[in-house]
Every structure is written in structure tokens, then in C-alpha cells.
Design a protein around this ligand. Structure first.
Ligand SMILES: [Zn+2]
Length: 101
């Protein structure tokens, strides 16, 4: 049986001022938060949208350490890899010049 009195809603009625994005944070029920993020932010006010980020040097260092995954794209590792490649090219050029390869 189909109830024809029910209004079919395909989009949330948030009005033109709100975006259709959602906060996306995980709630205590385990579902995703449906609130729209604050203006210019990625999360709603309940899930970190009001946060202004770390202020102290210790807090900033802790955030950097928390986001560090493996360091294979870090500046130091990239420079070391470039230096190893340059050394290998130099060795290969020397071997070609000496007629070894
Ligand atoms: Zn939220």
C-alpha cells in the first residue's frame, strides 16, 4: 500500500545559505554526522569546527608527529635519494669512460 500523502524528499531542506556537505565526523552512535560544517571549516561546531588549532610550539610539533606516516616524501629523504642517484650516475659515467661497461 502506497501512502500518497507522504511528501517525497530527495534533498534536505537546508535552504540556499547552507551547503549540502556534511561534517562527516563519526558520532557516538557510529554513524556519520549530518550537520553542515561551519563557514570556511570542514567540521561542524560539535566536531572540531570551533577549534583554532595548536598554539604552542609543543602542540604544533605534536600535530606534525601525529600526521607523519613514513617520511618517504620528506625533504631530507628526497634530498638523500637525489644524492644517491647522482652518485650512481657519476659511477656509471666513470665506468663507461674507463670502458668497463
Ligand atoms: Zn559534526
Amino acid at each position: 500500500m502506497v501512502n500518497s500523502n507522504l511528501k517525497r524528499v530527495t534533498q534536505p531542506c537546508l535552504g540556499p545559505a547552507h551547503s549540502l556537505q556534511s561534517c562527516g565526523a563519526r558520532t557516538r552512535r557510529g554513524t556519520l554526522c549530518q550537520k553542515p560544517p561551519l563557514n570556511g571549516k570542514t567540521h561542524c561546531r560539535l566536531h572540531g569546527g570551533l577549534s583554532t588549532g595548536p598554539r604552542t610550539a609543543e602542540g604544533k610539533a605534536r600535530i606534525v608527529a601525529a600526521h607523519w606516516k613514513h617520511g618517504r616524501r620528506s625533504r631530507a629523504f628526497t634530498e638523500a635519494r637525489k644524492q644517491i642517484g647522482a652518485d650512481l650516475h657519476a659511477v656509471e659515467a666513470r665506468m663507461r669512460a674507463d670502458g668497463l661497461i
